[in-house]
Design a protein around this ligand. Structure first.
Ligand SMILES: [Zn+2]
Ligand SMILES: [Zn+2]
Length: 112
């Protein structure tokens, strides 16, 4: 596993944090009553993060080869296109367009 760079590790950490926050949000939210929530203007979906971590890439935006099932075909495609960079093969997450998160649909609905 010595082919994992520090930046990738950091990215994973951020992704994990995002995911944790997304998972924790509803639980934290359960302690806040609906009236409080509305008065505070908090989003009940994302807890005011305004984003939801991508469940497919764990918020990293990239998928490592072998990390996700059934991506061998796509990976081969990217390898043939990318060419030289085959040491750590990671592909952009197609679920979130490599952003690692989505904007919260609830927050985007109620435009501030
Ligand atoms: Zn993703
Ligand atoms: Zn939201």
């Amino acid at each position: 596993m010595d082919n994992i760079t520090a930046s990738e590790l950091a990215g994973f950490g951020v992704g994990a944090l995002l995911l944790c926050a997304t998972i924790a949000a509803p639980k934290v939210d359960a302690f806040i009553s609906a009236s409080q929530r509305s008065s505070l203007g908090m989003c009940k979906r994302c807890g005011n993060l305004r984003m939801i971590a991508c469940s497919r890439c764990k918020g990293v935006g990239l998928i490592k080869e072998g990390g996700v099932f059934g991506l061998n075909l796509i990976d081969d495609f990217y390898e043939s296109v990318g060419g030289s960079d085959s040491k750590v093969r990671s592909i952009s997450c197609t679920n979130c367009n490599a952003r690692g998160h989505f904007s919260c649909p609830d927050c985007s609905k109620t435009s501030v």
